[in-house]
Design a protein around this ligand. Structure first.
Ligand code: NDP
Ligand code: MG
Length: 381
């Protein structure tokens, strides 16, 4: 039995992680959970899974929770994410919060030598070098939940690093795959929120439409698998059946395939190194699919992908700026304050204005993250 601490329990990945726990009561138990403010979604989770410890983002949410569950142990504030990541009784920390707010919890979980299932890709984009150094120091293997990285992880199993020629990340193309640059000028929020293949949280759905999600994933792959940016390619693959691939020096390409179902990478990361059953109804039926399509990714058409490569190659604090500017720009788009194409403009502007600091420590990263958010907001005044 593994005790799980789930950060972001009320979100898209959080709820699917709970499905995996529900389906495997002999293997997993929810020991602790964190969420932001969504009390309505949290209450039934607490009732069903009876966690011993709950972290919420603010005091008001803590009081609302205690009104319903007076004897529950509830911690308020961002440090709650850290507290529930180092609890001695916890075996696996699933980090599924949205945004760089998850960084310190990931670092603490590694220090405490927990098994870390990482969905929170912003953690690696904002401070990949700190996370990977810590993981190495404490002998902790990070288990990716992101479907592409889970596919790469599985395709790399046991192979020598110097036998790899390329990582081939697949991209579905997001909501606006078939639109031209001109068409994008007046797309609406509702259009952007309709992803063709996956149902996900609002921020990552917008990231998929701008292609920033793939950019963040390129940086995530660079850190997780220690591969230079020149050896990471993105391939457009609209069916989302091949979740990603690794090409080796003998021209062999190894891939992981499946129907688009986030429970597969989630339960792989939870149960690692074992595999668990899933219903046969969700099997991949290759005969029914018939054909798979691949095409080249156009970085002119999707400038956010180009910006992510630029930031990654520049290194240091530039990826912190990319991530923070993107988080704010997407929030502004989601709240109707800017248009779709202004997202990329704001990020580019923040990057152009930034003087990179190389090998930043945690304090510097947090400072640059904060300053970038303030600066991007000031562009709108
Ligand atoms: P959601 O927006 O659906 O959920 C985010 C979760 O984080 C919610 O539970 C939210 O709580 C919680 N949260 C936000 N801020 C805080 C905070 N300050 N303290 C505590 N909890 C907080 O996001 P997703 O599930 O879509 O994505 C989560 C992460 O997983 C992201 O990094 C994303 O890129 C990654 N990912 C997601 C995939 C998907 O299919 N959804 C696929 C691959 C990766 P509340 O509800 O109360 O606001
Ligand atoms: Mg992904």
């Amino acid at each position: 039995m593994k005790n799980i601490s789930l950060l972001g329990a009320t979100g898209s990945i959080g709820l699917q992680t709970l499905e995996v726990i529900r389906e495997h009561p002999q293997e997993f138990s929810l020991y602790a959970m964190a969420f932001g403010k969504n009390i309505e979604k949290a209450l039934p989770i607490i009732k069903e899974f009876k966690p011993s410890l709950v972290a919420v983002s603010d005091e008001q949410s803590r009081r609302a929770l205690l009104a319903e569950h007076p004897r529950l142990e509830v911690i308020a504030g961002n440090e709650g994410l850290e507290v529930i990541s180092i609890e001695p009784a916890v075996d696996v920390v699933v980090n599924a919060v949205m945004g760089s707010v998850g960084l310190q919890a990931t670092l603490k979980a590694i220090e405490a030598k927990k098994q870390v299932a990482l969905a929170n890709k912003e953690t690696l984009v904002t401070a990949g070098h700190l996370v990977m150094e810590k993981a190495k120091k404490h002998g902790v293997e990070l288990l990716p939940v992101d479907s592409e990285h889970s596919a790469i992880f599985q395709s790399l199993n046991g192979e020598a690093r110097n036998d790899i020629r390329k990582i081939l990340l697949t991209a579905s193309g997001g909501s606006f795959r078939d639109k031209s640059r001109q068409d994008l000028a007046d797309v609406t929020l509702d259009d952007a929120l309709k992803h063709p293949n996956w149902s996900m949280g609002a921020k990552i759905t917008i990231d998929s439409a701008t292609m920033m999600n793939k950019g963040l994933e390129v940086i995530e792959a660079h850190w997780l698998f220690d591969v230079p940016y020149e050896e990471i390619d993105v391939v457009l693959h609209k069916e989302s059946v091949i979740h990603s691939m690794v090409e080796y020096k003998d021209n062999s390409v190894i891939a992981q395939l499946g129907t688009p179902d986030m429970r597969v990478p989630i339960q792989y990361a939870l149960a690692y190194p074992s595999r668990l059953e899933l219903p046969k109804s969700k099997r991949l039926d290759l005969i029914e699919i018939g054909k798979l399509h691949f095409s080249e990714m156009d970085q002119q058409r999707f400038p956010c992908l180009r910006m992510a490569y630029d930031a990654g190659k520049e290194g240091g604090t530039m990826t912190t700026v990319l991530n923070a500017a993107n988080e704010i720009a997407v929030e502004m788009f989601l709240t109707g304050r800017i248009s779709f194409l202004e997202i990329e403009e704001l990020i580019q502007r923040a990057m152009d204005k930034h003087e990179t600091i190389s090998r930043p420590d945690l304090g510097t990263i947090l400072e640059v993250d904060h300053q970038t958010r303030t600066k991007v907001l000031s562009y709108l005044d």
